[in-house]
Design a protein around this ligand. Structure first.
Ligand SMILES: [Mg+2]
Length: 347
C-alpha cells in the first residue's frame, strides 16, 4: 500500500482574527492512500499549532512513519492491526488524515458514500453557522446582515477582542431578532472576567458561548454562575476526561482534534452519554475535512448549527461545498465525495 503526502499552503482572503492571534496562511497536508488494486483514498491533515499543540513538521514526520509502515506491510494485512502501534504515537492531525483516507478508500472500493458505510440511512444537508470574521463594528454588521439575507439562522462572532459589546449590538441590529448569535472567546477570559462579561452581553441574545475559559472546572464555574447563557466546550473538549463528566450545556467537536471520522463518532457517543449537546466545527479545514464532518453528521445529527461553512474564507480557490440557505449538502459520489481534490491543486 502506497502513501502520497503533499504539503500545500492555502491563503486566506483576510487575516482570521481570534483571541489567539491572527492567521493569514493555512498549511494543509493532502494524503493519498493507494491500495494494491489501484484504488486511492484521500484525507487531509489540518494542524493549527496553538490549537492542536503540534505543527506541520510534526504531522509530516508522523505521516512519513505511517507511509513506511504501510509500504512494508504484507499484502492483505489488516490495516487496523498494522497501524495500531502507529496510532498510539502519531500526532492527532496525522491520525485524522489517515482515518479519513481509509474511509474514502473503503467507500471508493465499495462504490458507496462514507455516510452509508458508517451506518446512516440518509444524508440530509447540514445546518451551518456563518462566521463573522470582521473585528470592527461596521464590518461585522455588514457580514451579519449578509448572513441573514443568505438564509443562515446562526452567526458566530469571536469575542475577547475588545469592543465586544459594541460589535455584538451592531451584529444583533443587522442580523435581526431571529438569527441566533454564538460567541467564541477561545479561552480569552479568566473565570471572573467571563462571568462579568457574559452577564453584560447576555441581553443581546446569545445562543451559546464557546470556550469562555480554558479548563473543565473553570467552565463549570462560569456555566453555573451565568445560567442564562449556554456554555460550550471547544479547546477544553480535547483534554483528558472532558467528555465523561458534563460541566456545561454543549460541546463543539472537530474532525482533526478527534482523530478523524472514527474518533469523532466515538467522542460524540461519549459526550452524549454524559448529557452534552453536540455540534461540529472545522479548524479552517480544507474540503476533505469538511466533507468528512458532513458525512459524520449524517450519523451524529448535530443539536446546533455546525461551524463548517469556512471554505469561503480561503482566497483563490472556489468553494466546492458552498452553503445554500444556511445548509451544506453532503457531497455526492463514492467515498468522501467526487471533485474535492482539485481544490488542493489551485492557488
Ligand atoms: Mg471555537
Amino acid at each position: 500500500m502506497k502513501v502520497q503526502i503533499d504539503l500545500i499552503r492555502a491563503r486566506l482572503r483576510a487575516p482570521f482574527v481570534s483571541a489567539r492571534g491572527s492567521l493569514t496562511d493555512r498549511p494543509l497536508v493532502l494524503v493519498g492512500v493507494e491500495d494494491e488494486d489501484g484504488f486511492i483514498g484521500l484525507g487531509e491533515a489540518a494542524p493549527l499549532a496553538d490549537y492542536h499543540g503540534v505543527n506541520v513538521e510534526d504531522v509530516l514526520e508522523s505521516l512519513g512513519a505511517c507511509r513506511d509502515i504501510l509500504a512494508g506491510a504484507p499484502p492483505g494485512a489488516a490495516r487496523q492491526d498494522v497501524l495500531s502501534e502507529w496510532r498510539r504515537v502519531a500526532v492527532v492531525p496525522a491520525v485524522a488524515a489517515i482515518d479519513m483516507a481509509l474511509w474514502d478508500l473503503e467507500g471508493r472500493r465499495a462504490g458507496e458514500p462514507v455516510w452509508r458505510l458508517i451506518g446512516a440511512s440518509a444524508a440530509e444537508a447540514v445546518e451551518v453557522n456563518q462566521t463573522i470574521a470582521e473585528a470592527d463594528r461596521a464590518g461585522a454588521a455588514a457580514q451579519a446582515g449578509a448572513a441573514r439575507v443568505a438564509g443562515f439562522r446562526c452567526v458566530k462572532a469571536k469575542v475577547g477582542l475588545g469592543d465586544d459589546a459594541g460589535r455584538l449590538a451592531a451584529v444583533r441590529a443587522a442580523a435581526g431578532p431571529e438569527v441566533a448569535i454564538r460567541l467564541d472567546a477561545n479561552g480569552a477570559w479568566s473565570v471572573e472576567e467571563a462571568i462579568a462579561t457574559l452577564r453584560v452581553l447576555a441581553p443581546v441574545g446569545i445562543e451559546l458561548c464557546e470556550e469562555p475559559v480554558h479548563g473543565l472546572e473553570q467552565t463549570r464555574s462560569v456555566s453555573s454562575a451565568v445560567p442564562e447563557v449556554g456554555i460550550a466546550l471547544d479547546e477544553t473538549a480535547s483534554g483528558a476526561g472532558a467528555l465523561e463528566d458534563r460541566v456545561c450545556r454543549a460541546v463543539c467537536l472537530k474532525i482533526v482534534a478527534c482523530g478523524g471520522i472514527t474518533g469523532l463518532l466515538d467522542a460524540t457517543f461519549r459526550a452524549r452519554a454524559a448529557g452534552y449537546e453536540v455540534y461540529l466545527a472545522s479548524t479552517l479545514d480544507g474540503p476533505l475535512g469538511i466533507a468528512a464532518a458532513l458525512h459524520a453528521a449524517a450519523v451524529i445529527r448535530p443539536d446546533h448549527p455546525c461551524g463548517l461553512a469556512t471554505l469561503g474564507l480561503f482566497a483563490g480557490r472556489e468553494d466546492p461545498l458552498p452553503p445554500h440557505g444556511g445548509r451544506i449538502s453532503v457531497p455526492s459520489g463514492a467515498g468522501l465525495g467526487a471533485g474535492l481534490e482539485a481544490w488542493y491543486r489551485r492557488g
